[in-house]
Design a protein around this ligand. Structure first.
Ligand SMILES: NC(=O)c1ccc[n+]([C@@H]2O[C@H](COP(=O)([O-])OP(=O)(O)OC[C@H]3O[C@@H](n4cnc5c(N)ncnc54)[C@H](O)[C@@H]3O)[C@@H](O)[C@H]2O)c1
Length: 403
């Protein structure tokens, strides 16, 4: 029988990427029953009724927690613990809750003998990432961190070329990822607050991870200047940030992030990266437009929903529903490949490992390959988050990373 999967969290990323990827794996017979557990009935009910999912996956569904007997307005922040306890050991859990809840959710999943796929960033502190690594190692369980930009073909092309020496050595770069203004009005206002997270930790970490993924270099120090702004509910958050990341070879990456890209602007966000290199007596460069991918549409009407624009520049590469003849629609793109890769590797470890020693060997090989981000091979990301939080709260001091 195929392994069941528990998805904890039913928000934007669950709707836009994680659940469609899981439903596709279920359609292909690679996983069994899917349960989605959120804090409120409202959250899971909205996901179950989502038009895009119903159209893409006719005849498929998931078990929702809280179930229909729950008070739609009540909060059930501990329900995921009961959901985890009822999973057969060595199944797969996907954690897609707000950043500050990753640690308790992932640890609880491991204590319940579950493999874990966790959305980025794994945790905001190095000590928590070490604790997760120790717990998973002790139990022979996989923890994969879902940095989906790693599965974008352009990242894999750049990685291969860098590692073949075609660029020389990374020296200087800049990256940006600005989400749309309307994010401020979503559930974000309940957790995107000054003391919890900031624009750099939320989305800048993608480009730090990517520069490591491509070059193999490790970040050494970070300074982040943040601008506080008021959220619609009156809370304050660092909705704008400018980070400078210094790497072990002295290279420097500037990363700008915000929840400010105009709602009237095309595309769901603006993002991209330019890196400059030196080698062989020459300069070299890499320039990725990660938002404009050569597709531009202007429709006769403005689509409904926040951030909808008549003129748009949709990305066919991250996530796309395609009509491949049915049933329903097939989700494709690097967002789907990334989830499939992590969940698939957890299933492979279960299938192939006949003993604890063999399981350890398979997990160590995954760490060593460095394609999937794991606690052991991507701890620099937690070190960057921790140093970035210290820096932004101090007004932009340079903070050396913990090793
Ligand atoms: N590009 C990316 O990789 C990317 C993009 C978006 C979000 N994310 C990450 O995904 C995570 C969630 O983001 P989102 O945009 O979906 O947020 P969201 O606010 O839309 O959704 C959060 C969900 O978590 C659920 N939740 C909160 N507390 C819970 C609890 N105690 N038990 C069970 N469920 C609980 C809420 O009910 C909600 O369904 C964040 O860590 C974010 O950084 C990653």
């Amino acid at each position: 029988m195929s392994a069941p999967v528990l998805l904890i969290g039913a928000g934007m990323i669950a709707h836009d990427q994680i659940l469609p990827a899981l439903l596709q794996m279920q359609r292909e017979g690679r996983i069994g029953e899917i349960t989605v557990c959120a804090r409120s009935r409202r959250s899971v009910a909205a996901l179950a009724a989502a038009p895009a999912l119903r159209r893409a996956f006719p005849g498929q569904s998931f078990a929702a927690l809280p179930d229909e007997s729950a008070d739609p307005e009540a909060s059930y922040p501990e329900l995921y613990k009961a959901a985890l306890a009822s999973m057969p050991p060595r199944s797969v859990v996907v954690a897609a809750v707000p950043d500050h809840l990753h640690y308790p959710v992932v640890m609880e999943a491991l204590r319940n003998e579950q493999h874990v796929c966790c959305v980025k960033p794994l945790t905001l502190e190095v000590a928590q990432s070490i604790a997760i690594e120790e717990e998973s190692r002790k139990r022979g369980l996989l923890v994969g961190v879902e940095y989906h930009k790693r599965f974008d073909p352009r990242s894999l092309m750049a990685r291969d070329r860098y590692r073949r020496g075609l660029f020389g050595e990374f020296k200087l770069g800049s990256a940006r990822l600005m989400e749309k203004w309307h994010y401020r009005h979503s559930n974000f206002q309940n957790w995107f607050t000054t003391e919890r997270t900031d624009s750099f930790v939320y989305i800048g970490c993608h480009y730090v991870d990517l520069v490591h993924f491509i070059t193999g270099l490790l970040p050494a120090a970070v300074s982040v200047y943040g601008i506080e702004d008021e959220l619609p509910n009156g809370e304050k958050g660092y909705l704008w940030s400018d980070a400078r990341v210094i790497w072990e070879n002295g290279a420097c990456l500037n990363v700008q992030n915000s929840l400010s890209f105009p709602d009237a602007a095309p595309g769901p966000n603006t993002q991209g990266m330019t890196l400059y290199f030196a080698g062989n007596g020459n300069g070299a460069l890499l320039d990725h437009s990660d938002q404009y991918r050569g597709v531009a549409y202007s429709h006769t009407e403005t689509p409904a929903g926040p951030g909808g624009t008549r003129y748009s520049e949709p990305s066919p590469d991250y996530f796309l529903y395609q009509d491949l003849g049915g049933p329903g629609l097939t989700p494709t793109g690097y967002g789907v490949r990334s989830v499939e890769h992590i969940v698939g590797e957890a299933l492979r470890v279960e299938r192939e490992a006949a003993s604890p020693a063999e399981r350890r060997r398979l997990l160590a090989a995954i760490d060593g390959r460095g394609i999937m981000a794991t606690p052991a091979n991507s701890r620099f990301n937690e070190a960057v988050c921790e140093a970035a939080r210290e820096s932004i709260l101090s007004g932009g001091e340079t903070v050396a990373l913990k090793r």
